[in-house]
Ligand binder design. Structure first.
Ligand code: C2E
Ligand code: CA
Ligand code: CA
Ligand code: CA
Length: 279
């Protein structure tokens, strides 16, 4: 990476900041990685709180760089968004998650739902309903097995356009989840205006449960509010048995977190699903 970085520098203006140069370098390498098949998905179980069974998986993208190893999305998703590479990258993620989900179904593994992250920029670059329809058709995955995760900020930008796209997704049978709920500039009006199925409580609220009475109050309120609106509520970042007990007592529907499993490579995730089936 060092050598490549240095040779790339001579193309850039001297006045360009180090950060901007780094961004351009990552962008160029990311396009190559996408073309050469160096991106992959890891899968984190989504677990039913009451039964402990895996009911879904969130697909999380990783970049397997031949020199640097596994690169986290925190490092390249922002660059992908700023440069527009998120368009092709996002389409690849959608197709790959659907392909993998259908392969697991065909292999006779327990039926699960696949959750795919979609950033606000993707809604500007692409018709997400058409993109989902294509991925479903190409893979053969039933629409009811696909869920899209979007953040509150995605809903806030161009709300009318967003409502129409989400309605078309809902008409297809695809589920919609609001990611990182409770952070950002949240407006409860969004929950009424958009066809939403799932609230994902941000992991920041789980971290200090049960120590923080405030976080417990917020968590309990989100669960109750979600339920009164007819939504499914999932808690993210669940790491301890005490946190799970809290969620069970409050009637939260599902959870994700290290307590069950970290995001896993496809093969290991399939093994975990298989174990559950034979248990
Ligand atoms: P996110 O959608 O909020 O995903 C949850 C993040 O929390 C993941 O980080 C996951 O590995 C981590 N996590 C899961 N369980 C626990 C836990 O118990 N404790 C803690 N501390 N962390 C936990 P990851 O995989 O590094 O992804 C980071 C972010 O990158 C994601 O946040 C998402 O916003 C973005 N991202 C990942 N994949 C994609 C993608 O395919 N498309 C887009 N647009 N964004 C993606
Ligand atoms: Ca997510
Ligand atoms: Ca999240
Ligand atoms: Ca997040």
């Amino acid at each position: 990476a060092k050598a490549r970085g240095r040779s790339a520098h001579c193309f850039f203006d001297e006045s360009m900041t180090q950060a901007a140069r780094e961004r351009l370098e990552i962008e160029a390498r990311l396009r190559t990685a996408l073309a050469q098949g160096h991106l992959l998905l890891h899968y984190q179980p989504q677990v039913d709180v009451a039964t402990g069974r895996i009911e879904g998986a969130e697909a999380l993208v990783r970049w397997q760089d031949p020199e640097e190893g596994l690169i986290s999305p925190a490092r390249f998703i922002p660059v992908a968004e700023a440069s527009g590479v998120i368009g092709p990258l996002g389409r690849w993620v959608m197709h790959e998650a659907c392909r993998q989900g259908q392969q697991w179904r065909a292999a006779g593994l327990p039926a699960i739902r696949l959750a795919v992250n979609v950033s606000p920029r993707q809604f500007q670059l692409d018709d997400m309903a058409a993109c989902a329809a294509q991925a479903l058709a190409a893979s053969g995955l039933p629409a009811g097995c696909l869920e899209l995760e979007l953040t509150e900020s995605a809903l806030a930008e161009r709300p009318e356009e967003m409502r129409q796209v989400l309605q078309r997704l809902q008409a297809l049978g695809v589920r919609i989840a609001v990611d990182d709920f409770g952070t950002g500039y949240s407006s409860l009006a969004h929950l009424k205006r958009f066809p939403i199925d799932v609230l994902k409580i941000d992991q920041g609220f789980m971290r200090d449960i049960p120590a923080s009475a405030d976080d417990m109050a917020i968590g309990a309120t989100i669960i109750a509010m979600g339920h009164s609106l007819g939504l499914t509520v999932l808690a993210e970042g669940v790491e301890t048995p005490e946190q799970l007990t809290f969620l069970r007592e409050r009637g939260c529907d599902s959870y994700q977190g290290y307590l069950c499993s970290r995001p896993l490579p496809a093969e290991q995730f399939a093994q975990l699903l298989q174990t559950q089936q034979s248990a």
